[in-house]
Write a protein that binds this ligand. Structure first.
Ligand SMILES: [Zn+2]
Length: 414
């Protein structure tokens, strides 16, 4: 470790004291079919979710499993409430993808008559209610979310526009009126018990309520991102088949379904099913899909390992990006194990992380880059979506192109 340039360089795993705790995780039944029998697909022994801490548990053993009854893929054990608050404290907002693509969704809803005058529209997983605020005012707009602070902020911002926000758990919230439309986009994959949630949504619905669900699916999950489809941020890794089974089991009849073209989102439109569903056929179909996905992911890891082997040796490495992608670098690539003597720092634009460390490596503002002698130092870009943006910022700072290491030859929008 050296401080000649006033930068605290360190070896990997030089922080002692990170820990896990039994209360972070809960075992559960299959979130799709309720079975307790499963097989293990993938394990990360000691996944670190955020910066180093000797007081708070920040690590957990991640086990992705596949149900032996319905072939559903899910995290088991999954995060408990305590687990969420400890492990995701630096992850920011976990739901709310509606924030990014509102206009397309509004057009889609409107073209199906779901935003007609005097409809009652509910957004389940509304966060602050921004999406609701963009819907026509002739629609009664109700939002529900489990995040107390987001609901409070949302009430301040949007209640004068007529948006009604309810704080509550998705499986038990109280609704003042049966909604005509319920929208739940990119939320189900984050929940421990999506079956109970869908049953509750049905119980607050009337016979003609339309439910719009969107989840990412395994069928479209192949990506070259090392932080792949089986994201540690998701509790259930749906497929087209398993989300269909889940809806049917919870008493919903699918009217329409489509894969979104621009990103991994599978959208379904459903209505309460008047018939009681007693028997669901769990014909095996997703075993091959999960194996096919995992073999694709390992092939991407092999590419990255070969690429890293081709890099010129450097005494020091700067990692740009202090998020989960860097933990994946640690978990699934040879970056930190090729040479144990290598010294590292991390730079990240998030000021909340500055002065903290991750696995012993200090997290700095990108401003320190101008102090570095690049003679024996390389810059590894640790981000999928922002790889090119970071590369351009590095070049702008005068860092030689020859020491900038990109992991990906192409980027697919998630
Ligand atoms: Zn199952």
């Amino acid at each position: 470790m050296s401080t000649k340039d006033n930068i605290h360089w360190a070896n990997i795993d030089s922080f002692v004291g990170n820990k896990s705790h039994d209360t972070l995780l809960n075992h559960r039944l299959c979130p799709i079919c309720g079975s307790f029998q499963y097989r293990t697909l993938l394990v990360f022994d000691d996944f670190q979710f955020s910066t180093d801490s000797i007081t708070e548990p920040r690590r957990a053993k991640i086990i992705e499993v596949q149900c032996q009854n319905c072939d559903g893929v899910y995290l088991n054990p999954c995060y408990s409430k305590i687990g969420f608050s400890c492990l995701f404290s630096e992850a920011g907002q976990s739901y709310g993808s509606t924030e990014g693509r509102p206009q397309e969704q509004i057009d889609w809803l409107a073209s199906r008559g779901l935003l007609d005058v005097s409809k009652v529209f509910m957004d389940a997983g509304c966060y602050e209610g921004r999406f609701l605020s963009m819907l026509p005012k002739s629609v009664r707009r109700i939002g529900v979310d489990i995040d107390t602070l987001a609901i409070e902020r949302g009430r301040k911002r949007f209640s004068h526009e007529g948006v009604e926000l309810i704080h509550g758990a998705f499986e038990s919230f109280q609704c003042p009126i049966a909604p005509d439309v319920i929208s739940m986009t990119h939320v189900l994959e984050h929940l421990a018990d999506p079956f109970s949630v869908l049953c509750h949504l049905r119980s607050v619905s009337h016979d003609d309520t339309h439910l719009v669900i969107e989840v990412p699916v395994l069928d479209d999950g192949k990506t070259n991102d090392i932080n792949g489809f089986l994201s540690v941020g998701h509790m259930t890794h749906f497929s087209i088949r398993s989300v269909g089974i889940l809806l049917k089991r919870a008493g919903w009849k699918i009217l329409e379904q489509q894969q979104m073209q621009e990103y991994n989102g599978y959208r379904l439109l459903a209505k309460p099913d008047k018939a009681t569903v007693n028997n669901i056929e769990y014909e095996s179909a997703d075993r091959a899909g999960a194996c096919d996905y995992i073999s694709h992911w390992y092939a991407q890891l092999a590419k990255v390992a070969i690429l890293m082997g081709s890099w010129e040796k450097a005494e020091r490495t700067v990692i740009w990006g202090g998020g989960w992608h860097t933990e994946f670098l640690y978990q699934v690539t040879p970056l930190f194990t090729t040479n144990q003597k290598t010294e590292y720092i991390i730079v990240d634009s998030d000021p909340m992380k500055h002065g903290k460390s991750w696995r012993g490596l200090t997290i700095n503002s990108p401003d320190v880059l101008s102090k570095i002698d690049w003679e024996n130092t390389q810059l590894v870009i640790s981000s999928y979506q922002h790889q090119e943006e970071i590369a351009q910022a590095a070049l702008k700072k005068g860092i030689p192109n020859s020491v900038i290491r990109r992991l990906y030859d192409k980027i697919r929008v998630h």
